[in-house]
Design a protein around this ligand. Structure first.
Ligand SMILES: Cc1cc2nc3c(=O)[nH]c(=O)nc-3n(C[C@H](O)[C@H](O)[C@H](O)COP(=O)(O)OP(=O)(O)OC[C@H]3O[C@@H](n4cnc5c(N)ncnc54)[C@H](O)[C@@H]3O)c2cc1C
Length: 334
């Protein structure tokens, strides 16, 4: 049996999550570095009869096998469902590595799977490698102010890891044209999921507030800096809510406690790739703009026409963000 590396993929409302590509590209590179033949397998957990997402991306990103785990209890995400189904398949096939993105779900099921099967687990990795019977992971520490390389000895066990996304960008292809055309082997499994008393029951799905939307996957971000001030963040969040956007911030704003540290964008914060990035009261220091290189459209509000962010922006509004945002909000509401 060939050595396998698994990517557990998640579906969003419109198909595979956008960061699936980043995860697959990372795992394909690891597979290519292995001395023995190593296959990247995509794993999808679904309910019987449910529609499969578009999987055209998979062969382009080096996937050779697709394993479908089908069970009625997988109609919606539950941590227990994922842990039970994956533990079942993992015990049968013993892959070298199982990875997922460090999404809210990935951060919930992966450590529990590690605990259930007593496997080594490294969370929130920026980069991964497998060699010398160990998992090597690059991770950021101290709120992103430093990096460490960790080594987890495997002793023949499967390694588990979650990958932070927004680090390497979303590739469209990692192979050759010939590799793109290779068919994917698809296998369907019905895992054993014990009928237990429901510990967690799904009642409804509620949209997250702008302060909770994950920055790494947000399509729109309204970010604030020193120029909006502590009070300005309230109207910034209201405006973000109207746009269906996430709130981001500079380090000045997070260091002052105006918003949570996890909202920080930049060299020591998150790298983001939204379609729209609205920068309010942000000067555009290199340590901040390094995190928005992949934003498609940047709009900046700043009264200082010499602010570096205006040179970078597709559209610049010269003025006070605390006056412009409430006016723009009124226009959106009417
Ligand atoms: C090692 C290191 C790592 C760093 N990592 C990061 C990082 O990850 N992320 C990050 O963001 N920073 C980081 N920094 C800090 C970075 O260098 C800048 O200091 C910071 O980004 C500046 O934040 P700011 O734009 O909010 O503030 P400022 O640079 O002070 O800019 C405020 C801007 O607001 C404008 N303004 C004033 N009033 C208004 C108003 N009413 N309406 C609209 N605009 C107004 C001003 O004209 C000005 O351009 C790092 C620094 C170091 C040394």
């Amino acid at each position: 049996m060939s050595k396998e590396i698994w990517a557990v993929l998640e579906q969003g409302e419109t198909g595979l999550r956008e960061d699936s590509g980043e995860l697959l590209a990372e795992l394909t590179e690891i597979a290519q570095r292995q001395p023995e033949q190593t296959l990247v397998c995509a794993i999808l957990l679904i309910a019987p009869g449910s529609n499969l997402p578009d999987t055209a991306l998979l062969p382009r990103l080096g996937v050779r096998r697709l394993y479908l785990l089908e069970h009625t209890r997988l109609a919606h995400y539950t941590t227990e469902g994922y842990v039970s189904a994956l533990a079942w398949l993992l015990q049968q096939r013993a892959p070298a590595l199982v990875a997922s993105t460090a999404s809210a779900n990935g951060r919930a099921w992966m450590p529990r799977l590690a605990a259930r099967l007593q496997l080594p687990f490294v969370p929130g990795c920026l980069g991964l490698d497998l060699h010398d019977a160990a998992l090597f992971a690059l991770r950021s520490i101290y709120e992103g102010r430093a990096y460490i390389q960790t080594r987890a000895a495997l002793h023949g066990r499967t390694a588990l890891a979650t990958l932070a996304t927004g680090v390497r960008g979303v590739p469209t292809s990692v192979g050759t044209a010939a590799a793109d055309n290779q068919p994917i082997e698809m296998s369907t499994f019905t895992p054993e999921i014990k009928e237990q008393q429901e510990a967690v029951r799904r009642i409804a799905i509620q949209a997250p507030s702008p302060e909770e939307v994950e920055l790494d996957v947000a399509e729109r971000i309204v970010a604030g800096g020193r120029g909006v001030g502590r009070e300005g963040f309230a109207s910034l969040a209201s405006f973000a809510r109207l746009l269906g956007a996430a709130v981001g911030a500079t380090r000045v704003a997070t260091d002052r406690g105006w918003v949570e540290h996890e909202r920080q964008i930049g060299a020591t914060g998150k790298s983001v790739h939204p379609k729209l990035y609205l920068a309010c009261g942000i000067s555009g220091a290199a340590q901040h703009t390094s995190g928005i290189r992949e934003a498609e459209t940047i709009v900046a509000i700043n009264p200082d026409r010499n602010a570096p962010i205006l040179a970078l922006a597709d559209l610049g509004l010269l003025g006070d963000a605390n006056e412009i945002l409430p006016l723009a909000a009124k226009m959106l509401e009417t």
